[in-house]
Unconditional design. Sequence first.
Length: 415
Amino acid sequence: MEVIGSLWRKLTPSKALDKSTPLERRFFETVYRLSFLIGLSNWDDNIPYTLYTIVLRILAVLVVLMEIWHAASDKLSLDEMISAVNVIIIHTLTCWKIITMVRNREMYKKLSKALESPYFDISTKGRRELAEHWANTHKKFMTLLLVIANATLAFWYTFPLIDDVEYNLMTEVHVPVKYDSPFRYVIAYIVVGLMFLSASHMVVVTEVIMQAYLLPLICQYAVLANCFENVFDDCAEDFGGVKRDELINNRRFIDKCTERLGNLVDQHLMILKQTMDLRSILSAPMLGQLCGSGMLICFVGYQATATVSENPGKFMMSVGYLGYNMFTLYLICRWCEEITSQSQKIGQAAYCSGWEGGLSMVPGVKATIMIVIVRSNKPLVFRAGGMYDLSLSSYTNLVKASYSALNILLRMSND
């Protein structure tokens, strides 16, 4: 394992890692390395790496064009047409996401550095455990996503070599030259395989990147809520032995509380701005993903149903593909809903900050707490295209709608 880890670090020497803080590395190290490897790094702009990214993107675009060519020009059965449409949809959506990421790369850099805020306070054991919890949660789900994706890809690459179809490829594309001999087939398999590998891993890494920027926001909201709840106790640490009633009359303590609340309000405003910026970036691509995922769940479900008895290998390919698409959409909806929930908890935390013990009598404190509560009462909802809420409820409704469409498609095919 040490040899593999050492090789992995040598293959992914992203500049972003040299400029990152320890907490940033906990959330983003794997993301930076994956982005570097697949040519999507926003931090590396030297000439060799730029040429490398151009080659990878050309390969990805070529395989998409060959898939479209295949769907438009070749005579296909319904099953073959569905396979072609599925791959075209997911690759086209990925191209759209990558274009969005490139256009907003400076914003993504700012979001990744947000954990460096001087008001992001993890000085206590409880808040350090909160940050560690969300970092571990991010790592766990990212690892699961990568395992599902790579297991599915491994089956896609293996199945053409063991099925009954001679000279079959891992994806349906129009190859402009014949590959009906063993030597030509090996060349075609390697070339198309490299193109498909590049495009597929861009699909996976874009999903990882989207999740990676949602989890730190959740972490920041959770830590901020803890800061508001314990604002009195945090400020009282330097006044050991002094009773609570006496602290309220202590000028130095009052100044410290006022300054602390002001810093927390600034941190709240900063997180709100980050959330709204990310929401505006993801709005359009997520509308495309929501529509595309609905179609993919329906079409891939149809393929799985149609091949369950006739072609077990293709059935397993369809199940893996279906599972990956449903899981990625589930993660996005879950984390977006969690952000909405955590942002509303800030108001509850401010209300539980201990103002009733005399803090509300300090000039400015009552107004500050009321402003925080009012801001938190308006939920921060991520919407796809400004129309559809990204939540677990929306995810469930989409799966139900796709299942209904699948039943209609199965009835039509049986008739």
